[in-house]
Each structure stands twice: as structure tokens, then as C-alpha cells.
Design a protein. Structure first.
Length: 264
């Protein structure tokens, strides 16, 4: 009799056990710079610390393993939310990631890119402060500016998103912020610095609008006339933002609908 009650209670507990939440799959671009993979792995650990019990995986678009198709294949027919570690809309967000998701047997939702979002702006600000930025006084404000260095894309929506982030950062800093790009778009960081200097703003810092160290981030830092911030990297706020995008995608009724470029 006792054994029967124990089995029944055990079955009851099993019956009320909550199912595991859909996995969060971080989608990195991939880089030949080994610091990029190390940074993303640290970010994964921060996400796990913030939300214990949430399965967190990693898949890359190119250059690094695991590649996204392999990560999804390992999930089988399970549920997953893809969170791109990308800062704006562009070809990877609109084409590459959805195509991989469509070919997978997993049940996939796709979150929007990380940016633009106020949490990114706070991370950019804190990275600038870490690099030595201090709030300019009234006199310095008239001669100060920031270049927001981004990867660049031929997709016009990517430029729209980057300009949005630049405006938010300008409001946060109280000085002009000019977007500049490492490839596929203009101006370059060098051209932006030259233009700002010609406008009487020689006190220029470069904010690194990259999710991890890599060739483009290094290239933009080398073009800085002085102070240059580190990439966004594994800053704790980035982990919060990745979870925010995951939650947004989970709240979206249609699994094929993208949660694109939200700002809240």
C-alpha cells in the first residue's frame, strides 16, 4: 500500500513537472580572430547565470564551429529561439538565418538583431568610460564628438538601424555621434574623423559597435585619432539584451515572424 502511494505521488510530481523551455541559440557571425569565439562563449555563460535552466547553444553563420545548421541538427525536432548576435538588419538577418531555420527539423523562432536598443547604448557608453571618456564640460562639448564604428552593409535598413543607435548615443553623451563603417558603406572611420575635425571638433573618440573583437573592430580602432573603446563583447548588459530578444520572440504569436529592430 505504501509503495503504491509512493508511486502515485511520484507520478503526480512527474505529471506536474514543467517542460524545458525552448533553447536559446546564439547566432554568431564567426571570425578568424580567436578572441571572438572566446568572447561569445563568455557571453553564453553570463546568459546561463542570469537564467538557470535555460538551454543555451551557439551556432555560427561562417568561419567558426559549430555552424548553425549543425547546432540545429543536434537539437533534432526540439524547440529553439535563434538570437542573432548582429546589431542591425541586413542580409544575414533577412536571408541567411531564415534559410537555415527553414531547412531545419527543429521548431524555430527567430528573434530580431540586438540593435538598435537602449541597452546597447548603455554598453557603448560604459565601454567609452572604460577607455577614458569623461563627460565634457560646456567648453569641451563644443569641440567633442564620437564616431560610431560599425561593420557596414549594403542593405539600407542596416544603415537606418546604425543611425538610430548613433542618435540614441548622442542623446546619452550630449555630443554629436557620426556613424562610420569598416566596409560596404560610407563614410569610413578615417573620413568621419576628418570631417568632424574640419567642423571644429578635434576631440574625437571612437565607439566600437561590434559584438566581439575581430578584423573590422581592429581596423576601426587603428583609425581612431585618440581614445577608442573596446567592442561590446561579453558585457553583462549584452546578456540581458540577448534574453530580452529571446523573450520578445517567445511572445510573438507567429513563429515565422521576426522581431526586428525593437527599441524597448
Amino acid at each position: 500500500m505504501t509503495a503504491h502511494l509512493m508511486n502515485r505521488n511520484s507520478s503526480s510530481r512527474r505529471g506536474t513537472r514543467r517542460p524545458a523551455p525552448p533553447a536559446l541559440v546564439l547566432v554568431g557571425h564567426g571570425s578568424r580572430d580567436p578572441r571572438a569565439l572566446s568572447t561569445v562563449r563568455t557571453l553564453m555563460e553570463r546568459i546561463r547565470e542570469l537564467r538557470p535552466g535555460l538551454p543555451v547553444h551557439l551556432g555560427h553563420i561562417e568561419l567558426n564551429e559549430p555552424l548553425l545548421p549543425d547546432t540545429l541538427a543536434a537539437l533534432g525536432t526540439g524547440d529553439a529561439v535563434l538570437v542573432p548576435l548582429l546589431l542591425s538588419r541586413g542580409h544575414h538577418v533577412k536571408r541567411d538565418i531564415p534559410e537555415v531555420a527553414a531547412a531545419s527539423s527543429a521548431h524555430v523562432r527567430i528573434a530580431g538583431p540586438l540593435g538598435p536598443h537602449p541597452l546597447l547604448v548603455e554598453t557603448l557608453y560604459e565601454r567609452l568610460v572604460e577607455a577614458g571618456w569623461r563627460t565634457p564640460d560646456a567648453v569641451e562639448r563644443r569641440t567633442s564628438a564620437v564616431v560610431l564604428a560599425a561593420a557596414g552593409s549594403r542593405d539600407p535598413d542596416a544603415a537606418v538601424d546604425t543611425r538610430h543607435t548613433a542618435r540614441l548615443l548622442a542623446n546619452r553623451l550630449g555630443v554629436p555621434v557620426v556613424p562610420a563603417y569598416a566596409s560596404a558603406a560610407t563614410p569610413t572611420v578615417t573620413d568621419a574623423v576628418r570631417a568632424l575635425t574640419a567642423r571644429g571638433r578635434p576631440r574625437i573618440a571612437v565607439a566600437s559597435y561590434f559584438t566581439a573583437p575581430g578584423r573590422f573592430a581592429t581596423q576601426c580602432t587603428a583609425a581612431a585619432p585618440g581614445l577608442a573603446a573596446a567592442p561590446l563583447g561579453s558585457h553583462p548588459t549584452m546578456a540581458r539584451l540577448a534574453l530580452h530578444r529571446y523573450d520578445q520572440a517567445m511572445a510573438t504569436p507567429t513563429s515565422s515572424q521576426h522581431t526586428l529592430a525593437a527599441t524597448a
